[in-house]
Structures are given as structure tokens and as C-alpha cells.
Design a binder for this molecule. Structure first.
Ligand code: FPP
Length: 248
């Protein structure tokens, strides 16, 4: 079912004629959601993947250009090894299982983050997903995995510095746009809307450069409870805010 069949009042929750181009989601609260049910954290992550499936589908149905989700941060390595391993497995499973439907829905998968820093089986699944979906143009689904915003900015600065030191780049040529080309999101528009679930109001190193002018919507639901209705409500809230980009 498309989001329009699942949520008949979609048009009253958000204005479907003017949508954000790029939505980012910090999927928080899986652990607390599981705990409140007396279940292990892994159960929450698994429920979170189901929700991700629905939200990616809805993003495509709505015709939103880009969805970026924060699936694994560079800080997440500090979690117990079993949980880290579980998240890696969930990503691999998700990529192989969802690929046919993503292709059918015209979704292209890309990744942000340090791909070389994850295990070989994860890298293989990422390469497979990218390759299978590379000719799709309806929606770009960007999975931030082993991602950290500061690390990404530092790496971009280092690459530009190396070019300047080699004499192939003049420092005056380093504009905001030129800088953005060195980020993992090169070619994607800036984030318009960042949603964080589970009531926390932090950016946690997510897309620091790309969300400079984004609107932030914080919702109380834990990620496994964030359904299509909640998604449309968040988009509706974004639409009610007046964005001025520093102007009047
Ligand atoms: C935050 O919840 C969530 C994460 C660190 C991982 C997000 C991952 C998923 C939704 C599933 C993985 C999906 C893929 C495709 C890899 P938390 O564990 O920090 O929750 P808590 O704050 O309640 O403990």
C-alpha cells in the first residue's frame, strides 16, 4: 500500500504540494522502547528496522528527493560488542532483503561515513546495494553509517589542504560549494528538515555542515513508534515554520 492509501488524511497532515527536498532522521529511542516492553535492546533495533522500511517507502511515495538516516555513528563503537555486531547484521539483512522493493520504487541507495572502517561483509552489502540501485532517480536514500559530522568536515579540509599544498588548488577557490563537494553528500541538496525521535534535542554529530539552515523537529515517539502519520505531522510542522535563511 502507498502512504496515500495507508493514511487517507495525508493531505491534511502535510501540504503534499510543497515538500522538503532533503529530510534527515536521527532514529533514537530503540533501546528505551524495548526496555519499556521488558525486552532486550536488540528487539528495539529490530523493530526500528521495520519502521525504517515504512518510512523509506513513504518517502518514495511522497516524491521527496533525499532521505538521510543516522544508522550508526562513529561514537556507536563504544557500545557493547554484541550490540555493535547486531547493528551490523541488521544493516546487511536490510540491504539484501529490501533491495528488490527499493529498485521497484525507484530508490537509489548511497552511504555517508567511513565505509573502509566497517567489516568486509558490511562493505560487500553496501557495494551490492549501491550497484543494484545506481540507475534509480526517484528518491535517494542515504544511510549514514560509521558516520560522524566532524570527521567528515576534517577529512574534507585535509583533502583541500593537500590539493592547496600540491599547488593544484588556490585557497581563494575554497567556497562553501567547493567545500561541500568534498563531503560524503556531494551532489545532494542541503538538509531542509532534521527529525529526531524519542524527545532528545541534540544533533549528536549528524550532518553538521549540511544542516546549517535546516528546521529541527523533535518528536516524543521512540523510533519504533514513528509511523507514517508521525512522519507527515513532522513534515507539516516544518511547513508551518517561516524559513528566511538569514534574510527578512
Ligand atoms: C538509537 O537508539 C538507534 C541507533 C543507535 C541505531 C539506529 C538503528 C536502527 C533503526 C536499526 C538499524 C538499521 C539499519 C538499517 C542499520 P538507541 O539504541 O540509542 O536507543 P536508546 O537511546 O533508547 O538507548
Amino acid at each position: 500500500l502507498s502512504i496515500f492509501e495507508k493514511v487517507p488524511e495525508a493531505g491534511s497532515l502535510a501540504d503534499l504540494s510543497t515538500l522538503p527536498r532533503h529530510v534527515g532522521i536521527i532514529m533514537d529511542g530503540n533501546g528505551r522502547w524495548a526496555k519499556s516492553r521488558g525486552m532486550p535492546r536488540a528487539y528495539g533495533h529490530r523493530a526500528g528496522v521495520e519502521r525504517l522500511h515504512d518510512i523509506v517507502k513513504a518517502t518514495g511515495d511522497l516524491g521527496i528527493e533525499v532521505l538521510t538516516v543516522y544508522a550508526f555513528s562513529t561514537e556507536n563503537w563504544k557500545r557493547p560488542a554484541a550490540e555493535v555486531e547486531g547493528l551490523m547484521k541488521l544493516l546487511i539483512e536490510f540491504l539484501y532483503r529490501e533491495i528488490d522493493q527499493l529498485v521497484e520504487n525507484g530508490v537509489r541507495i548511497v552511504f555517508s561515513g567511513d565505509e573502509a572502517g566497517v567489516g568486509e561483509t558490511v562493505q560487500k552489502a553496501m557495494a551490492y546495494a549501491k550497484d543494484r540501485t545506481k540507475d534509480n532517480h526517484r528518491t535517494t536514500f542515504n544511510v549514514a553509517f560509521n558516520y560522524g559530522g566532524r570527521q567528515e568536515i576534517l577529512l574534507a579540509a585535509k583533502k583541500l589542504a593537500a590539493q592547496a599544498a600540491a599547488g593544484t588548488l588556490c585557497p581563494e577557490e575554497i567556497t562553501a560549494e567547493r567545500f561541500a563537494e568534498e563531503l560524503d553528500t556531494a551532489g545532494l541538496p542541503d538538509l531542509d528538515l532534521v527529525i529526531r525521535t524519542s524527545g532528545e534535542q541534540r544533533l549528536s554529530n549528524f550532518m553538521l555542515y549540511q544542516s546549517a539552515y535546516a528546521e529541527f523537529v523533535f518528536v516524543k515517539e521512540h523510533w519504533p513508534d514513528f509511523d507514517e502519520r508521525a512522519y507527515l505531522r513532522a513534515i507539516g510542522e516544518f511547513q508551518r515554520r517561516g524559513r528566511r535563511f538569514g534574510g527578512l
